[in-house]
Ligand binder design. Sequence first.
Ligand SMILES: Cc1ncc(COP(=O)(O)O)c(C=O)c1O
Length: 348
Amino acid sequence: MSLIRPNVDSLEPYVPGEQPQEPGWIKLNTNENPFMAPQIAVAVAEAATDLLRLYPDPLCVALREKLAARYGLPAAQIICGNGSDELLTLAVRATAGEGDRIAFPTPSYSLYDTLARIQNAFPVPVELGPRWELPVDELGAVGAALTLVANPNAPTGTPYSLDALDALARAVEGLLLVDEAYVDFGGETALPLVNRHENVLVLRTMSKAFGLAGVRLGYAFGSPRVIEALNKIKDSYNVDRLTQVAGIAALDAYDAAMAHNRETAARRDRLAEILHTRFGFRVWPSATNFLLVDTGRYPVKALYEALKRHRILVRYFDRPLIGNCLRITIGSEPEVSALLRALESLLL
Ligand SMILES: Cc1ncc(COP(=O)(O)O)c(C=O)c1O
C-alpha cells in the first residue's frame, strides 16, 4: 500500500540538537542566547489572559508595523512565521516543484537539504571554498528555482560580503533566500538587496539575537510579489498571540539585545584565541554566536561525550569537511569558564 509518498518514506529527517528538559545542563549546542530582555517575559505574562480564547491576528499587523519601523521596509514587504524554519518551508513550497533544483552551499544548515527532499525537489549542494568562501559562480550555474544561503554561515561561522550576495542575486535564476539567523553577531545584512532585486528574500529569527528560541518567531523581508505568495500558502494563524506579544516586546528592547550581542561577539573572539593557544585547536573565524573548532588530534565524538559527562552539551557533525569539528555556542561567562575548566581537566 502506498500510504506515504516515497520521498518521505525514505527521508532521513533533520535531527535537531539535544534539548534536555531537566535543569543542570550547560547548553552550548543549539546557539541559544544567554540573554533575554526581562520585559519580554513580563509582557507575555500580562498577555496570558482569557483573550487566548480568540484566534490571533492572522497577519501580525502590529508586529509587522514594528518590524517595518525598525528595519526601514514597509509592512507589506514583511511576513512573520512560526520560527524562521517555517518561513524556509514556505519559501521551498512557493518556489520549487517536484524535480526542481534547490541549491545551497555545503557545509551549511542541513535543514535546507531535508526541506528540498520533503518537497521532492532536487537538492544541489555546492561546496564552499577552502576557507569557506561563497561559490557565487557555481551556485549561479545550478539554475535553481531556489538558492539558500545562510549569512553568516552555519556551522562554519563565515560572513559573506554584500557584494558577493548582490552578484549571486544577479546570477541565480530563481529566488535567493539569505538566511540571516546570526547576522546580529557580526555579519553584514543583505536587506539593501531587497529593493534592488525582486528575487531576494532576507530571513531573520528572534531565536538567536533576541534570545527567544522558545517562542518561535521568524520574519522575512522581500518584494511585495514574493511576500504575497508566501502569505497565500501559510497557515492562517501561524504566529500565536503570545508570540506576537513577545516579538513586539523584544523589538522594544532592541538596544539592550544588540548591546549583549556585541559583548557576546567580543567573548567569542577571546574564546577563539584561548581554544587555539591553550589546546592547539584550529578555530575558524566567526561572525556568529558560535565557533567551529577543529580539535586536531582529539577525536570529536570522544570529546563531545567526555564534555557530556561534565553535563556540557556541544555539537559535532558526522559530515564531510567538518567531521573533525565541534560547534560551540558562546554561552554566558560562567558557562564558557565551565567549558574551559572541563577541557583543561580532559586534555591538559
Ligand atoms: C542558519 C539557521 N537558519 C535558521 C535556523 C532556525 O531558526 P528558528 O529558531 O527561527 O526556526 C537556524 C537554527 O539553528 C539556523 O542555524
